[in-house]
Ligand binder design. Structure first.
Ligand code: G4P
Length: 555
């Protein structure tokens, strides 16, 4: 790969060497992750506990505020407040044991999972959170698939052990059988629910006794060795014997721990705990930091770019408008991939080739918006976006780098968006185009040019409601949604010519996406499967690759 070497060759002065060492240190101490889970599994609770250990508990983004603390920070967050949901996702940065951790937080509501999919493209690691009573749930499975596409290392935290749950062995079996992911339990529970007594640390063979710690307090952990005489005053022999037998079984029949398999996303370390009672969170955080991947080399069209490459590069993974109604701004969130970001630096925008001075970089993730002077690979910065950035855009200095961008994920609900008031068309058009660019919703078009009203395609109904709400509040247009009754979308591999080759197809509607690609809409999986049976050579994808060099269709 030329990018990295040629960039390195040009940097041989003492200053450059010192800079490279600062950069290598900064990369070495960074860990970045996102949490994937089904609503109610305890993501907010776990996030709060992690922030507590990082000494960073503060009012921030999607972490639900308790009591009065919460400030409404944008108009459409009003909708979140009314519905009691969390839509926005942000980044929480904190330092813990000399490591800088970036937690890429994701929307709590499953209707906004498209946003979560994109956030996962900026993550180097994922924490899969399960409710011990429920095991794998639909949203977790979907998000897991996105992680698998990118081979992200997955760390599993099985939560709510203080409540009756499924057998731990069956929880591991489920992950192995259904996700095809090998497991390695880092600790093993002794009892569950009312009889939950703690966990055995598999590596040190110590028992960490379960104690309930109040909200907001760091846990006071009691560790005992397995032969400690005191142990039987806390743990019934029967429960301990069962846990030890199960551990024995894992040693004989389970997978072996191997860091490479964790980093390639083939094996997940599993932790049992209870976020609410603050049990097992600190040991989890410690082991996670030990095993997690540091910011990794990223694929670009020019080859792999190492994070320690001295030239700056990063990509936009999220755009958000009106985070602060006083400024009516649009913020682009950039994941830094290589080099050092410096305030006021001039970078090149890969898609347009234009030079841009990044003069107002912000950390949106603190209490307030703090100006960022420097940021490193694995970090995320927010830039005011005057309409120049689109999701997936690359910014760089030095020789050209263009990251592969973020694919489109399959939407599940489809609705015509009608504008009943022709005199508002200009605003309607502006709103629809801007919301598409921002990635708030996907827009599809009928192939019949006379029916060019946009089709909104989303993962959840609330995503459509937010679009309508924002069109009204930010663009002053009242719109009407007309549901289309489709539930499944597939892109056609090979595009229009492939579709023409197979001739007439039934029980589906052909539309085009903003990049002129054919998309087939089906009423249900049955119709989709029928088409696959009838045309086994027709390749259909639920994720569409990124398009570059093509101007998207605008209204
Ligand atoms: P989410 O962000 O994944 O949607 O979940 P959240 O943290 O909001 O947790 C969902 C519910 O599960 C909350 O209860 C929370 O207190 C509870 N919970 C989280 N972790 C644990 C745990 O380890 N053990 C037990 N027993 N419960 C847990 P809630 O009643 O909805 O809210 P709240 O009144 O506690 O705030």
């Amino acid at each position: 790969m030329t990018t990295n070497t040629s960039k390195k060759e040009s940097s041989n002065s003492d200053f450059d060497e010192a800079f490279e060492s600062v950069l290598a240190q900064a990369v070495g101490k960074r860990r970045n992750f996102a949490i994937i889970s089904h609503p109610d599994a305890g993501k907010t609770t776990l996030t709060e506990k992690l922030l507590l250990y990082g000494g960073a508990i503060q009012q921030a983004g999607a972490v639900k505020a308790r009591g009065e603390q919460r400030k409404v920070t944008s108009d459409w967050m009003e909708l979140e407040k009314q519905r009691g949901i969390s839509i926005t996702s942000t980044v929480l940065q904190f330092d813990y044991r000399k490591t800088t951790i970036n937690l890429l937080d994701t929307p709590g509501h499953q209707d906004f999972s498209e946003d979560t999919y994109r956030t996962l493209s900026a993550a180097d690691n994922a924490v899969m959170l399960e409710d011990a009573a429920k095991g794998l749930e639909p949203q977790t499975r979907k998000l897991f698939e996105v992680c698998r596409m990118r081979h992200i290392p997955i760390f599993t935290f099985i939560n709510k052990m203080d409540r009756p749950g499924q057998e731990p062995l069956s929880l591991l079996d489920e992950i192995e059988a259904e996700l095809g992911l090998k497991t390695w339990a880092v600790n093993w529970p002794i009892g569950s629910g009312e009889l939950f007594r703690g966990v055995i640390d598999r590596r040190t063979k110590e028992v960490i006794l379960f104690t309930r710690t109040e909200r907001g307090l760091q846990a006071d952990e009691k560790h005992l060795t397995l032969d400690d005489k005191e142990l039987n005053t806390f743990v019934e022999q029967e429960l301990l014997d069962k846990a030890l037998e199960e551990l024995e079984l894992l040693e004989v029949a389970g997978s072996e721990m191997n860091r490479e398999s964790v980093h390639s996303g083939e094996l997940t370390p599993v932790f049992f705990g209870s976020a609410m009672t603050n049990f097992g969170v600190r040991p989890f955080l410690d082991s996670f930091l030990e095993m997690a991947q540091r910011p990794v080399a990223r694929s670009s069209r020019e080859g792999l770019v190492e994070p320690t490459c001295s030239d700056f590069s990063g990509f936009v993974f999220k755009l958000q408008a009106n985070m602060d109604p006083r400024h009516r701004d649009r913020v682009a969130f950039i994941r830094i991939c290589s080099g050092r970001f410096e305030k006021d630096m001039t970078v090149r925008h890969a898609r347009t080739g234009k030079a841009i001075r990044l003069s107002r970089p912000q950390k949106i993730f603190g209490k307030d918006r703090a100006v960022v002077d420097y940021a490193y690979p694995g970090d995320v910065i927010g830039l005011n976006n005057p309409g120049m950035f689109a999701i997936g855009d690359t910014l760089y200095t030095g020789s050209k780098v263009e990251y592969e961008g973020i694919p489109c994920f399959s939407p599940e609900i489809f609705s015509w968006l009608r504008n009943p008031n022709p005199s508002a068309f200009k605003n309607f058009r502006k709103g629809v185009n801007e919301l598409r660019e921002e990635g708030a919703v996907q827009i599809l078009y009928d192939t019949d040019q006379s029916k060019r009203d946009p089709i909104l395609a989303a993962v959840g109904q609330l995503q459509l409601e937010v679009v309508q709400h924002r069109l009204e509040n930010e663009y002053g247009v009242t719109t009407r949604l007309e549901p289309m009754g489709f539930q499944v979308a597939r892109w056609v591999d090979g595009g229009w010519s492939k579709l023409e080759d197979i001739g007439r197809i039934f029980n589906c509607k052909t539309v085009e996406d903003a990049w002129h690609r054919p998309v087939l809409l089906f009423k249900n999986d049955w119709n989709l499967n029928q088409l696959i049976e009838d045309h086994p050579n027709l390749g259909l994808s639920s994720v569409a690759p990124v398009v570059s060099g093509v101007e998207p269709i605008s209204l």
